[in-house]
Design a protein around this ligand. Sequence first.
Ligand code: GDP
Ligand code: CA
Length: 348
Amino acid sequence: MTTPGPRITALAGGIGGARFLRGLLTHLAAAYPDGAGSSTAEVTVIGNTGDDIWMHGVKVCPDLDTVMYTLGGGINEDQGWGRLDETYTVKAELAAYGAAPDWFGLGDRDLATHLVRTRMLTAGVPLSEVTARLCERWNPGVRLIPMSDQRVETHVLVDDPTGALTDDGSPVHTAIHFQEWWVRYRASLPAHGFVLMGLDEARPAPGVLESIRDADIVVLPPSNPVVSIGTILSVPGIREAMRSTSAPVVGLAPIIATAPVRGMADACLAAIGVETSPTAVAAHYGARSSGGILDGWLIDTVDAESVDCTEALGITTVAVPLLMTDLPATAAMAAAALDLADRVKARP
Ligand code: GDP
Ligand code: CA
């Protein structure tokens, strides 16, 4: 006899999302075994595509690919993105032609994914279907859906990197693609804000709103609250679906003490005027009881003294270890998130 598992929907960026999801699948396989090494739970992942970029004639979807490769066993573990056993012959050859951009780590194996994707996209196949086809190879164990089939790209407002000044001597603001800011400049150019190009024309991809509405639990992994989760929530209709689902919505803090665990989320938070702390991120998401999207929030044990602050916002908060040091630790985080969802649900 197998126990039917829950339907879980997660919103995910790249590394933080993918690693958490791997722990979630491990926990589910133990808690709701299907007798064949997997689980009876159904996990749907809504992936961020705001980081997507066209370069050298191909469409690159870094966050979708990080989730797909991580769950499919093809990720470069040390790096957290890109393919295992990667080589960079094409990148070197492009550089020999002086072909820009030269700052993006376009690997040879990875390029095959982009070529297959681009060929389907140019034949008119929507990104959500293309992603499903790519996943047939990788069997990630989740249903991976891009947030939108339309092109939405995050751009960052920065002081012009050439040092150009306006007539009154203040720096000229320029919008550069998120990847250029993140990868080329390592988020070192102070950002004045983010612009989501194409957002007005974007709609949630097929299945996105339904997966939020019909879920038993909605989870926000410890992904970047601004340029991963924030971007997904900006697609018209998604925030409203999060607000109105009957499922409990629980999140995990990507910030421990006063710093992101990895990457430059602090630079993103600063750009939108949010302090780098687990409490400030929870306040930024807001409680569902007061117009926000969260019912429950997990913070790290080192931040235990701020449980009361988030509780005061109307968000049920629990402190547990939140470092994804290995798979068992990550599975324990996922178990804690599902326990918290049960607790929130049981509340009168
Ligand atoms: P990206 O698209 O590759 O940047 O990945 P995500 O947006 O999914 O996740 C990035 C976030 O994951 C960063 O803000 C990190 O602080 C967070 N993160 C990475 N590793 C850990 C971890 O072990 N624990 C927690 N709590 N957060 C983590
Ligand atoms: Ca990303």
